[in-house]
Design a protein around this ligand. Sequence first.
Ligand SMILES: Nc1nc2c(ncn2[C@@H]2O[C@H](COP(=O)(O)OP(=O)(O)OP(=O)(O)O)[C@@H](O)[C@H]2O)c(=O)[nH]1
Length: 260
Amino acid sequence: MFTVTTTQVTLVQIDNYGPWTTTPEPRREMDLQTLQSRLFADVAQFLGHRDAYVFFTRFDNMIAVTNGVDGAAHATLQESIGNRYPVSVSLGTAVAERPVDALEAANRRLQTEGSAQDENRTEVLAGEYLSETERSDLQVAHFDVVNATGKYTDRLNEFDTFINIERAYGSLMRHLREAHGALSFFVGGDNIIAVCPNLPESAFASAVAHVEDNVDIELQVGVGRGASAHEAGFAAKHALEDCRHDGTSVELFGAPAVSD
Ligand SMILES: Nc1nc2c(ncn2[C@@H]2O[C@H](COP(=O)(O)OP(=O)(O)OP(=O)(O)O)[C@@H](O)[C@H]2O)c(=O)[nH]1
């Protein structure tokens, strides 16, 4: 049983995208949205087939959790995007116990090569990748709002529902980032996926209590462990089903988290 979690994070950054969006004149917004969402879908499909996760974040920058995906696969992804899109991407990868530390190091690999808006800094492929022997588990938490349909979707207009969900997300993402170096991502509906270091059950109970105190929105969370984002995330989804079934706010599934 692994007690230390290790997260391999890849930053996907569109090269020199800002200037491209306005050259030779501003491009139609829905064309940019189409490009961004298709690029996200392609990256998600490529990495998803390799049991990794990617989150769209700001679309021009996406954050991926790539435990088990090696340098050759990253090179293939980069080449394939460059062949098929009017833009290219740079990929920075790093490994750390806390996801935010892995992201910092991954980000730095691109930042030291030049600006995101430097036309000469394109297709950087820089990284360290976990080898087979170095691999350990990672921890993923899948949060959702308790009865979002009854409290919000079926009662409020969609925009006011969205405000409530975003308030919960904002409160949770900041708390987990500051308290634990975890990275949380809104993934649609009322769902938030957090990539975490090795945290005990009490940390998740505190996070749920923090959001309730802070913005008066009730969350439940399933936590999973696994060798890949998919494995950990899938265990988390099963644990979340246990919350729904048992009416609990935190459930751990698979490998136990560290004791309190
Ligand atoms: N990304 C993602 N979205 C989901 C998932 N499950 C549900 N959703 C989204 O969340 C919305 C609300 O679904 P639920 O969370 O099941 O509904 P709820 O009313 O909050 O019910 P409980 O979660 O049982 O309290 C759905 O419309 C989907 O958009 C999931 O596993 N992943």
